[in-house]
Design a protein around this ligand. Structure first.
Ligand code: AOF
Ligand code: ZN
Length: 367
């Protein structure tokens, strides 16, 4: 029975994946309804403002929902938001049992959905595939509890820990399949971020390029304290549809106007030691409904973000190559910790072979 419950919750998790990167400020959620050993309803939350996962699953199941079991990755909501409450809809449909992945961290819900169901005499089991559901929900949990986006630092290094050769050659450290996976990831985040150094070195387009579908371009954020952004940068050209946000603490009005004329947005932020205050930038992005922020470099920006506790997840592609030589060109620059006891720990590590590379993913712990 437990095995079966896990399988149905895994199906709900798969359904929820359809919403990842599309639901902000709401969470991606999946729901499955099972009656007499058969799946009779499936649903996921596609977008904020649209019905929740349970509602789609209930519509799909129709009268078969009566006496059925429901598997939902997140606690059904108990409040009236733009839609809902799902707990009431489940009660009205006469479901028998509800299996839940994780409790909703939204303070408006926070256990009240579970309570409502139990008070109506429905059996509720929580924590089914809890670890996977929590992982799916982590960006939403971060945003709803802190107002900040969940930041993923994605980078690629050789087996000897380098991101470039001593002459600055970095194309390409990771293999083709890894690079495809990055484009799939870009399709599922609300914003990508780079430092101005990366723009000056690589002149990247930073859009989503997938072989079969067009994908969706996230907002491009460039951290450019002194406004060194060239007006002829590729990402400012008309050929690119994606929006660009340049975060700066420069007061060079002439350059600001010139950049705005290219269609980019220039955001003036407070400075900390002549650099853009990253805490303010993260807050601003959170307000703009950026739930998942993909930090793609460079190493100076990543070093500063790590130090300020702004990185939530590491995604490191390790390529089977050795550059050799000294130890510059790591994945972070700036000053690291002096003592190992102060090293930042990672948890929930996962390892995956991608082509010839190994992708290591882990959550950055906050001490
Ligand atoms: C669910 N099922 O599929 C989702 C839930 O403004 P609303 O009505 O869309 O409500 C948004 C809140 O509902 C969101 O902050 C989160 O707490 C919960 N999301 N709940 O029962 C769903 N997406
Ligand atoms: Zn709901």
């Amino acid at each position: 029975m437990e095995e079966q419950n896990r399988e149905y919750m895994q199906l709900a998790l798969q359904l929820a994946q359809n919403g990842v990167g599309r639901t902000a400020p709401n969470p991606p959620v999946g729901a499955v309804i099972v009656r007499d050993g058969a799946v009779v309803g499936k649903g996921f939350h596609p977008k904020a403002g649209e019905p929740h996962a349970e509602v789609f699953a209930l519509i799909h199941a129709g009268a078969r929902a009566k006496g059925a079991d429901v598997y939902v990755t997140l606690e059904p909501c108990s409040h009236q938001g733009k839609t809902g409450p799902c707990a009431d809809a489940l009660i009205a449909a006469g479901v028998k049992r509800v299996f839940i992945g994780v409790q909703d961290p939204n303070p408006q819900v926070a256990g009240r959905g579970i309570e409502k169901l139990r008070q109506a005499g429905i059996d509720v089991v929580t924590g089914v595939e809890g670890a996977d559901c929590r992982r799916l929900l982590a960006p939403f949990a971060r945003q709803i509890t802190t107002g900040l986006p969940y930041c993923i630092y994605k980078t690629a290094m050789t087996l000897d820990g380098k991101t470039a050769t001593s002459s600055g050659d970095s194309k390409w450290i990771s293999g083709e399949q890894s690079r495809l996976l990055v484009h799939q990831l870009r399709d599922r985040v609300e914003a990508i971020m780079v430092g101005i150094g990366t723009v000056l070195a690589d002149d990247p387009l930073l859009n989503t390029r997938l072989p079969e579908s067009s994908g969706r371009d996230p907002l491009r954020v460039v951290v450019d304290s002194q406004l060194r952004m060239p007006l002829e940068a590729k990402m400012l050209s008309q050929e690119s549809q994606a929006k660009t946000l340049i975060a700066t603490c420069s007061r060079d009005d002439e350059k600001i106007v010139a950049l705005r004329l290219t269609g980019a947005e220039v955001l003036s932020l407070p400075e900390v030691e002549e650099r853009v205050c990253l805490q303010s930038l993260w807050q601003e992005l959170g307000k703009r409904n950026v739930q998942r922020l993909l930090l793609e470099g460079g190493t100076t920006l990543a070093g500063a973000a790590l130090k300020q506790g702004l990185i939530d997840q590491m995604m490191v592609f390790v390529a089977p190559k050795l550059i050799g030589g000294g130890s510059d060109f790591g994945i972070f620059s700036g000053e690291g910790c002096q003592q190992l006891k102060n090293a930042v720990p990672l948890s929930d590590l996962r390892y995956q072979q991608v082509g010839e590379d190994i992708l290591i993913t882990g959550e950055v712990e906050r001490c």
